[in-house]
Design a protein around this ligand. Sequence first.
Ligand code: 5GP
Length: 212
Amino acid sequence: MEFSRHGVMLVIASPSGAGKSSITRRLLADQNNLTMSVSVTTRKMREGEVEGIDYYFVDMAKFEAMREQGKLLEWAKVHSNYYGTPAAGVDQLIASGKDVVFDIDYQGTQQLYEKRRAEMVSIFLLPPSILELRQRLISRALDSKEVIDKRLQNARIEIDHWAEYDYVLVNDDLDETCDQVTKILETARVARTRQTDLSKFIKGLQSQIDSL
Ligand code: 5GP
């Protein structure tokens, strides 16, 4: 039996290279009801990235205008670039029972906690070791050595925030981590506070008792 409900705002954060993108991709492929929140960024588009799918790529002037006009639910500077979550659409999706996954850093997560704590479930992914993390960053061959070094330094700061998340998972097996994330999402969906028709159902049960 299913009740109508609010969607889950699922935040998945990790230092880059800990498997967040692979897990999010799988989750989106498996879960019909799940949508990705597409951020805006001032970062240059990488090879293979698609406008509107991976990010909305904007210049600094456009980013600042969106921020000033309150069009961003949260924003942060990460690795010398700016990133932000457009507010448009997210609240409608959540109210209509659609789940939304956010790939944002700890600064963005903190801002979402301030604004939408009741709607959120947050997961922090850790790599099994820093050696493994470095290897993953090198083998995906997306960044120069300097960028990789910067990402590793940033990983230190990011990891510092582990205790701010609802769940912390060590991603040493992609399948297993995906299963765990799926279970967390499924559990969040049935949280009492998200079930909008529950009180009506309870009243119905009570009136059935009364009429016995
Ligand atoms: P990348 O440049 O590798 O795509 O992303 C770098 C980092 O920026 C990742 O850790 C990602 O989680 C974070 N990020 C991406 N979009 C947003 C956003 O909208 N807000 C915040 N706060 N962080 C973001």
